[in-house]
Design a protein around this ligand. Structure first.
Ligand SMILES: C[S@@+](CC[C@H](N)C(=O)[O-])C[C@H]1O[C@@H](n2cnc3c(N)ncnc32)[C@H](O)[C@@H]1O
Length: 270
């Protein structure tokens, strides 16, 4: 008999800490992760989690395959709307002014299907500064990035946008019932496959702003969080900003200061 009465939950309780992840992060969206693990178990022709646990003990390389299943793909345009209004009205224009005449570099780490980096481009366009920034976006999953590059989205991904934003930045594809992002916005984002637990980007100039929302500070364990933060310090300019998810916080101290106000915004300090 399993401890929680749910073999999948027990399995996650065992494997997540082994791989440097937090159960608390995966608790709510565990369904999609368990579905992928079930699929892997079927591929291997095994009978459930107990047999898969034995297989992992016998075949150490399988841990890498298992880790490939541990991701969550929830995202949408202008997720946490208040943040995006502040970005267009204040944060992005100030950043561009401080960087002039160079372009300000912005990185979206864990960009899913592209909703986040395209939201950055739309917010920048709304404040008339799209040509003064460079946007890079990465995800460990190449399939998600291929989708991101098509710029096509279900109606539900746009639910936080106003009617004006939809019509200004998208066209509607009647045949597939999808919204397609305008070419100017699509071309303004450079996508790359990158596992941020393996390596961070190596930009020519330090980034001004890093988006790391609903990834490191939800799913990674504390050691992995601190490792990420110390890596980010190397590629972010002094006074540069990190934006995390609305339910996430950075560990206090360690050279990061919460920017005043209600936004999940942190500044790199000396
Ligand atoms: C929950 S989504 C968050 C998307 C977006 N940042 C947002 O807040 O809406 C997490 C994304 O992180 C990606 N991811 C997970 N582990 C990663 C890793 N080690 N390196 C890069 N991306 C990763 C997943 O593939 C997924 O697309």
């Amino acid at each position: 008999m399993s401890k929680s009465g749910d073999a999948g939950v027990d399995f996650l309780h065992w494997v997540l800490p082994e791989l440097g992840y937090r159960w608390e992060g995966f608790r709510k969206p565990r369904g999609q992760v368990l579905q992928r693990i079930h699929q892997r178990i079927r591929e291997l022709d095994l009978q459930g989690f107990d047999e898969y646990a034995l297989f992992l003990k016998k075949v150490p390389e399988e841990w890498n395959r298992l880790e490939d299943t541990l991701y969550v793909t929830i995202s949408r345009f202008f997720r946490d709307r208040k943040l995006w209004d502040e970005l267009s009205e204040r944060i992005l224009p100030d950043m561009v002014k401080n960087n002039a005449p160079s372009r300000a570099g912005i990185w979206s780490a864990g960009c899913c299907n592209g909703e986040e980096p395209y939201s950055i481009a739309i917010a920048a366009d709304k404040s008339g500064i799209l040509n003064s920034i460079n946007i890079w976006a990465s995800d460990k999953n190449p399939d998600l990035l291929e989708r991101a590059k098509t710029g096509s989205y279900a109606v539900s991904s746009l639910k936080e946008l106003s009617a004006g934003e939809r019509s200004n930045y998208f066209s509607f594809d009647e045949l597939h019932s999808e919204y397609v992002i305008n070419p100017d916005i699509r071309k303004s984002v450079q996508f790359e496959v990158r596992n941020i637990r393996g390596s961070l980007p190596d930009p020519d100039d330090p980034f001004s702003l890093v988006f790391c929302r609903n990834l490191v500070f939800t799913y990674f364990d504390e050691t992995a969080q601190l490792q990420f933060l110390s890596g980010i310090r190397e590629i972010l300019m002094d006074g540069g900003l990190v934006i995390v998810g609305s339910n996430e916080t950075l560990p206090e101290g360690n050279g990061w200061k919460k920017v005043q106000g209600n936004l999940p915004l942190y500044m790199k300090t000396a």
